[in-house]
Design a protein around this ligand. Structure first.
Ligand SMILES: Nc1ncnc2c1ncn2[C@@H]1O[C@H](COP(=O)(O)OP(=O)(O)OP(=O)(O)O)[C@@H](O)[C@H]1O
Length: 301
């Protein structure tokens, strides 16, 4: 049982002042009927924010993940098979009556279900899906209808439930595997940029999430913040890496001190490869350079 409690806590969002303010602003826009789009580098907490925001709306939540293979059938639904009914009537011996009825069974897709029932839909990393697939959202957001053409359904569209709302999250366009967002879609949502926070604010999140001392958390977040300076491709050194280091150090009782060799080794294992990739265009031996930088920053913490 205590384990369950710990897991529950780790999925809750820590509301530092910035997060709290962002959440209440976003909630206000959603209550006014607009959809929200959180965009920013990986691991800054967009999904965590989207979940926390969705929970505040007190409506059922549906989550879908952007993927280049996602298609209209996944979103709207499809005929999933046949239902067959056979009735044989031989009550009067000399009369043999047989009636057979075969109907196709329709299964609503996730978007159609959420839109019809008024859920809050979290569409995580939506720019990883084909823009053609995302076109469905244009009529949903603008006209309040879900177009059903191409689905063999008789009705051409379904009406969107008034409580239905979408929270989109995305990474910037320069990320691998990300499509350019259609301007028409961006024009219909409120886009809020989420970026890395200061080491002090990230430390508040880390200590709240993992139940560690703020000063220990600050050691880890300061290390990350310092290394991001030499990494033009900052997104590989995310808060997620900070969570990894702090969680392992906490569980394995490794002191979170820059001079501790075990802690240094842990930081190298989590960060060296990522930092090395950032430095590959500027250094002949990027992995060695990454190692030196991590150790040097650790020693100065
Ligand atoms: N305010 C917060 N409170 C608690 N945990 C947080 C908070 N912000 C971020 N995190 C944690 O940081 C990690 C990364 O967050 P999250 O997955 O939301 O990032 P993301 O921006 O959606 O990343 P990606 O773009 O890779 O999907 C997660 O472990 C998440 O729980």
């Amino acid at each position: 049982m205590p384990e369950l409690k710990e897991n529950q806590k780790s999925t809750e969002i820590v509301q530092d002042s910035q997060t709290k303010e962002l959440l209440s602003r976003s909630l206000r826009y959603m209550n006014a009927g607009y959809c929200i789009h959180f965009t920013g580098p990986t691991g800054v907490g967009k999904t965590a924010l989207a979940l926390a925001l969705a929970k505040r709306r007190s409506r059922p939540i549906m989550v879908i993940h952007g993927n280049h293979e996602l298609n209209n059938r996944d979103l709207l639904g499809d005929f999933s098979g046949f239902t067959s009914k056979k009735l044989v009537d031989n009550y009067v011996r000399s009369v043999y009556k047989k009636e057979e009825n075969v109907t196709e069974t329709w299964q609503d897709g996730r978007l159609l279900e959420a839109a019809k029932k008024g859920y809050t839909l979290i569409y995580d990393e939506f720019t990883r899906s084909n823009p053609e697939t995302n076109n469905l959202f244009l009529s949903i957001l603008e006209e309040g209808v879900i177009p059903l053409y191409g689905t063999k359904k008789l009705a051409p569209f379904e009406r969107v439930h008034p409580e239905f709302s979408v929270i989109f999250t995305s990474n910037p366009e320069e990320y691998a595997g990300v499509y350019r967002t259609q301007d028409a879609l961006l024009d219909r949502v409120i886009t809020i940029s989420v970026d890395y926070k200061t080491p002090a604010k990230e430390a508040v999140i880390l200590s709240g999430k993992l139940g560690i001392k703020k000063q220990d958390a600050k050691v880890v977040t300061s290390l990350l913040a310092e290394l991001r300076k030499s990494c033009p491709d900052r997104h590989s050194l995310s808060l997620r890496s900070a969570v990894m280091i702090a969680q392992i150090a906490r569980d394995e009782k490794i002191p979170m001190k820059g001079t501790n060799e075990e802690f240094q080794q842990l930081c190298l294992d989590v960060l060296q490869h990522k930092l090395g990739l950032c430095l590959k265009d500027t250094h002949d031996n990027p992995q060695e350079e990454a190692k030196n930088q991590i150790i040097n920053v650790c020693k100065k913490l």
